[in-house]
Design a protein around this ligand. Structure first.
Ligand SMILES: [Zn+2]
Length: 440
């Protein structure tokens, strides 16, 4: 091996069988840790008469009940396995019942998090020669920004912590420090392109070559770029990488240069893909990603149902990693919409709307109609009001999703008010008014 080959952990180059055996060994250690230190899981084992000595394989996990977001909300303190004096960083996520949920991180957990992002950035063709412009928040009790910082530091790359928003400051940093790579929400990349165009910035000839994209999928399930991905690519020939992660997982699934799904890191997490009855789906079928964290001290999770629906792929990747890959997240399980016989998730609707020029903002609302099925109403704010626009939008939906929801055009300010009735909360693009709605 040449010394300048990018770092790939040995286990990720091992055979599928070796990876499985390796994970099963780690699983045993983690089960023992949970039994000894987790109030929630020691009780769960006892109540369900689970003898952890008999859980030896990934398949055996099926004997253990799954953990849900509600469980973590209701029993938050019982999930934390360490004393307060071992906690270094407090992170919160929005809970299912309104109150935030705390994730406690120990020194060891931060080291693990740094390793996770380090190998993820290497996977996305990063090296110590790169300079990253970090366009995501690093404070406000979020995990992501800090995780990227720690990973980039371990990688030895340059980091510019601009944070989110403020296109002017983003361009100022790009001119000053010549970053090679953006870490950004992809729709915000469109915003900084817009800013560059209206301010005469020659963005195509800037120092930037790559973008690691978070929070929104760039690709369709066949890995072709979705509308958002192709709109960025048409304007600006950046190499795009998706990364998918969450606080609960403390682990990222990041594209390699092949762009065919986010690679699984078997030393950090066990993945299962389950149907509604918590049975494993077959490869190629959509399932809910269910995870068991490995090596976490503060707030480890066992069979946690993430709510994220995706496909997995196990054929070997050309990059040399033999781990499975996650396809783009098609949606949240509780946001699944059954509309006129088609199963839809809000991100597919956003992808259509985000890519019709002239739409400034929108709200997608789902409700239950008289016959008990889902109805979709999309309220749209137009830059230039136009009566013929509705038809154009409907044509777009028909072409892309094969169904046409009901559409109403309103002034942009009206949509703003619906999106943010409370200034302290994140603007909402999705409102679920269905009978069994489970709003997060
Ligand atoms: Zn790969």
């Amino acid at each position: 091996m040449r010394t300048n080959d990018p770092f790939i952990p040995e286990i990720e180059k091992a055979s599928k069988q070796e990876i499985k055996k390796f994970q099963e060994r780690l699983l045993k250690e983690n089960l023992l840790y949970l039994k000894n230190y987790s109030g929630f899981y020691s009780e769960l084992f006892e109540k369900n008469k689970i003898d952890i000595a008999k859980i030896n394989t990934i398949e055996d996990l099926r004997h253990i009940p799954v953990t849900t977001k509600d469980d973590i909300q209701k029993r938050n303190n019982d999930f934390i396995c360490v004393d307060k004096n071992k906690i270094l960083d407090y992170i919160t996520t929005s809970g299912t019942l309104g109150d935030p949920v705390t994730f406690a991180m120990t020194d060891k957990d931060l080291t693990r998090l740094a390793y996770n992002e380090y190998i993820s950035f290497v996977c996305a063709d990063g090296s110590s020669n790169d300079v990253y412009q970090l366009m995501t928040t690093i404070d406000r009790r979020f995990m992501a920004g800090m995780a990227y910082f720690l990973g980039l530091r371990k990688l030895g790359a340059g980091i510019i912590r601009v944070g989110n928003g403020i296109p002017e400051l983003q361009w100022d940093s790009i001119k000053r420090f010549s970053p090679t790579t953006l870490i950004a929400v992809p729709s915000f990349i469109l915003k900084i392109i817009e800013y560059a165009e209206s301010n005469g910035i020659d963005y195509r000839n800037s120092s930037l070559k790559k973008a690691v994209c978070i929070g929104e999928p760039l690709r369709n399930t066949d890995f072709s770029l979705n509308l958002l991905g192709s709109r960025i690519k048409e304007k600006w020939d950046l190499k795009l990488y998706s990364t998918y992660a969450s606080t609960e997982m403390s682990t990222a699934f990041t594209d390699c240069s092949e762009g065919i799904g986010g690679h699984h890191h078997p030393e950090l997490i066990i993945t299962e893909f389950l149907n509604e009855n918590n049975e494993p789906v077959r490869e190629g079928e959509e399932g809910e990603l269910t995870i068991t964290t490995l090596g976490i001290e503060g707030t480890p999770l066992l069979r946690f149902k993430t709510g994220d629906i995706c496909n997995y792929h196990s054929e070997l990747c050309k990059c040399g990693r033999n781990t499975i890959r996650l396809g783009p997240i098609v949606g949240r399980k509780n946001q699944m919409i059954k509309y006129k016989g088609t199963t839809l998730y809000p991100p597919a609707i956003y992808d259509v709307l985000d890519n019709i020029p002239g739409i400034e903002n929108y709200v997608v609302e789902v409700s239950t109609n008289k016959i008990g099925t889902d109805e979709i109403l999309i309220r749209i704010g137009l830059i230039v009001p136009d009566i013929n626009f509705e038809k154009k939008i409907k044509d777009n939906f028909r072409a892309k999703l094969r169904v046409t929801p009901e559409i109403v055009c309103l002034p942009i300010s009206d949509i703003d008010k619906i999106q943010s009735p409370d200034i302290n909360r994140k603007p909402k693009k999705f409102i679920d008014n269905r009978k069994n709605a489970h709003n997060e």
